[in-house]
Design a protein around this ligand. Structure first.
Ligand SMILES: NC(=O)c1ccc[n+]([C@@H]2O[C@H](COP(=O)([O-])OP(=O)(O)OC[C@H]3O[C@@H](n4cnc5c(N)ncnc54)[C@H](OP(=O)(O)O)[C@@H]3O)[C@@H](O)[C@H]2O)c1
Length: 305
């Protein structure tokens, strides 16, 4: 039997992943375990075949695959110094604690797939350069956070684990960023943010799940840009979303308003962006389900309009 441990399994990506893993439990003789701070709440949103634990000492068998997605939400509110510390610690200390636990067991996980984000590459504004896994970093809070998170996970290599970092773009699904944008766009009040020239590396939730499955099954390792092959500018994103919803999407949100409302968080997550492309996944032969934004949004919003 293969055991897969997921942290952050009760979240947006984690729930979709656990649904997929649960569908394979019998066929592939899997046990799926989620580590949660609130196991009773987590169990309510997870398939019944998933075992939920609140402490690593509850593990009673070796873990073959560790999928590490836990972390305080990044885009929920303005970043005060205190908030930034919580966002960072919730990822780095959680990952460090996992490492320390598994460094002390006889059989550490052979595969570790750990979270990161396109924020790793830092501020890019309207930079048209294609950002592959080898790109240079332009430092800001997001890039420092992702780098420290990846460093914490990379320690697993010392235990002999194959380690992947998912530099994930904006995940489009029923929850997440899209659910926050929809109310304004449905009212015809959506539109480009700031210049609209900043890149938005997006990815459909089904691809995120399949990319994790691909990372388990293949021999891929190191950083992986978990984004669709065709990133769009923010202006193009707003136009496509408006078209799919059959609503005008021309109401711009000026940069000054974004900075006033959201501070550094708005600057880094809404005004800056880079043209990230999934070079490694494409070279390794991963076939995207959704390469085209219009098709991805149509699939997600089919029942919405
Ligand atoms: N969604 C995106 O567009 C996106 C894009 C790039 C990167 N990512 C990264 O991918 C990971 C998963 O994303 P997601 O959208 O699924 O996140 P999410 O819905 O916010 O879920 C994250 C999970 O992490 C756990 N968590 C929350 N606060 C925590 C804290 N202070 N300390 C420890 N654990 C905490 C929670 O699980 P319990 O309450 O059960 O413990 C929660 O279910 C995140 O780390 C995120 O930064 C997401």
């Amino acid at each position: 039997m293969k055991t897969i441990l997921v942290t952050g399994g009760s979240g947006f990506i984690g729930r979709n992943l656990c649904d997929r893993l649960a569908s394979l439990v019998e066929e592939q003789d899997l046990e799926v375990i989620v580590l949660s701070r609130s196991p009773i709440e987590a169990a309510k949103v997870l398939p019944s075949s998933v075992r939920v634990i609140s402490d690593l000492t509850e593990l009673c068998q070796p873990v073959d695959v560790l999928i590490n997605l836990a972390g305080e939400p990044i885009a929920d509110r303005r970043w005060s110094d205190k908030r930034k510390a919580i966002i960072a610690q919730s990822r780095i200390q959680t990952t460090q604690a996992l490492y320390e636990y598994f460094a002390g067991v006889n059989k550490p996980p052979s595969i570790v797939i750990s979270g990161s984000a396109v924020g790793y590459y830092g501020g890019g504004l309207a930079n048209n350069q294609k950002v592959t896994e080898e790109a240079m970093i332009e430092p800001n809070f997001s890039s420092q956070l992702c780098a420290a998170w990846e460093d914490a996970a990379q320690q697993f290599e010392r235990l002999g684990s194959r380690v992947c970092f998912l530099r994930t773009g904006i995940v489009l699904g029923k929850q997440g960023a899209l659910s926050k944008l929809l109310p304004a766009f449905k009212l015809g009040l959506g539109g480009p943010i700031a210049s609209g020239q900043q890149w938005m590396p997006w990815v459909h939730i089904e691809d995120v799940v399949e990319i994790i499955m691909f990372a388990i099954e293949s021999d891929i390792s190191g950083p992986i840009n978990c984004t669709a092959p065709q990133p769009v500018t923010n202006r193009e994103f707003a136009k496509t979303l408006g078209k799919v919803l059959k609503r005008p999407a021309i109401a711009p949100m000026p940069a000054v308003v974004v900075k006033l409302l959201f501070g550094q968080m708005g600057d880094e997550l809404m005004i800056q962006g880079q043209s990230v492309i999934p070079q490694k996944l494409q070279r390794q032969g991963y076939q995207f389900k959704y390469s085209d934004l219009n098709a991805a949004l149509r699939q997600l919003l089919m029942k919405e309009h």
